[in-house]
Structure formats: C-alpha cells, structure tokens
Write a protein that binds this ligand. Structure first.
Ligand SMILES: Cc1cc2nc3c(=O)[nH]c(=O)nc-3n(C[C@H](O)[C@H](O)[C@H](O)COP(=O)(O)O)c2cc1C
Length: 207
C-alpha cells in the first residue's frame, strides 16, 4: 500500500479486537517515532498493552472499546506545538495504516489523568491517538466540496488537485474541515479558516 492508498483507506476506528501488535511492527513504529522526534523536537511516545489511557467513562461514551495501545503527542510549550503534533501525528497514522493498523485521534475522549503519568511535568500533553487492529475499517467521513475550501479560483494544476483531494480525506476534529487552500507564486498554501477547537492541530494534519 502506498501513501495515497493509505490516505484513502484511513478512517477513524474506535473499537479494537485486542489482537496484539507484533514485535516487528512495534520496532518499525518505534523507528518512525524516533525519526519524528528528532526532526520535530517533540516528545512522541507509544504505549503498548496499556488499556489505562482509554479507561474512562468519557472514552466509553466516545465509543472507544478495547484500546490497548496509544500514541502520546506531547512536547515543551511553543507557538507551533499543536500544529507540529498534527503534522507528525498524521505521518505516524499513515505509516500505521500502511502496516495494516487502524487509528483514531482523540483530543477529548480519553483518560487524561492516566496518560499524563507517562510524561514529564514540564511537557504539555496535546492529544493521543488510539492504535491497533480494528474490529472494522471505519467509514468515509462526509466532506466539504473542493470548491468550498479553495481560495484560488479556476483551473488548478493536476498536482495541486491531487493534494487538495488528499487534504479533504484527512481527519479533523469533529470533522470540521476548517481550512482553506490555494496556490501562491506557484506553491501550495493552506491556512486555518474560521474559529473552532483544535484547528491548529487540524492544520498540521492536513499539511
Ligand atoms: C484533532 C482531533 C481531535 C479528535 N478528537 C476526538 C475525540 O476526542 N474523540 C473521538 O471520538 N474522535 C476524535 N477525533 C476523530 C474525528 O472525529 C474524526 O477524525 C472525524 O470525524 C473525521 O472522520 P475520519 O477520521 O473517519 O475521517 C479527533 C480528530 C482530530 C483530528
């Protein structure tokens, strides 16, 4: 599976089978996370076989079931902390999808108290991603039209069109898709449009 296929096939999955992630895949995920941490300065971690992160009424209310592994996105406070967590988190999500694993981002419906125990007090916990073998593959979200998120009007080059389509397949908090895209001086530009929670994280994901 290539990354374009992974973008198309990825959907949020909240119920997991309990099947353990194999050692080989764990090693691969650790490598990817290490690379992301080096490049970004973030402190991303993965916790295996630890149901405590999604063990709360809020998580069950949010329909999470059998989450035994999760990725923690955290780092020292900075202007771009949220956007970076979105960008690097989605990179890991797509790698996981290519490895046959399912995921779901969670900013709200998880056990924050338990997750915080795994990070140093000086770090800020931004959010987590559930990861494992899903009971199903999830389903495609409703999406805004390409025209409604475009600021550049008229015919667009093929490379841009493909990128814009991929952006509309990306996960955003509550599927809000609050971003606008266009081309400026031959390069793609993308920005948050409108107000909403977690839009900076969404922007990183979409980028
Ligand atoms: C920043 C962010 C925060 C999210 N927080 C939660 C959450 O707390 N609980 C939850 O069930 N889903 C959460 N989601 C998942 C979104 O609801 C989901 O990505 C969106 O509805 C689009 O669906 P899709 O991922 O299947 O394409 C979050 C997604 C993002 C990007």
């Amino acid at each position: 599976m290539d990354i374009i296929q992974a973008i198309k096939e990825r959907h949020s999955v909240r119920a997991y089978t309990g099947k353990k992630i194999e050692e080989e895949k764990r090693r691969k995920l650790e490598e990817i996370i290490e690379e992301c941490n080096e490049e970004s300065g973030l402190h991303i971690q993965i916790r295996y076989d630890d149901p405590s992160g999604f063990d709360s009424r809020l998580a069950h209310y949010g329909k999470f079931r059998n989450v035994e592994n999760y990725i923690i996105l955290a780092g020292l406070s900075s202007e771009d902390l949220q956007e970076k967590c979105g960008y690097y988190g989605e990179k890991i999500v797509l790698e996981a999808q290519m490895m046959g694993l399912n995921t779901c981002w969670a900013a709200l419906t998880f056990n924050k108290g338990n997750v915080k125990k795994s990070i140093p007090v000086i770090e800020k916990l931004v959010l987590v991603i559930a990861i494992g073998y899903g009971e199903n593959q999830g389903k495609a979200h409703k999406s805004r039209s390409l025209e409604s998120v475009m600021v550049t009007k008229g015919k667009m080059p093929d490379w841009f069109h493909k990128g814009a389509e991929a952006a509309l397949l990306a996960p955003t908090a509550m599927n809000q898709q609050k971003f606008k895209m266009g081309i400026k001086d031959g390069s793609p530009v993308i920005r948050v449009s409108g107000k909403g929670p977690y839009t900076k994280i969404d922007l990183g994901i979409v980028k």
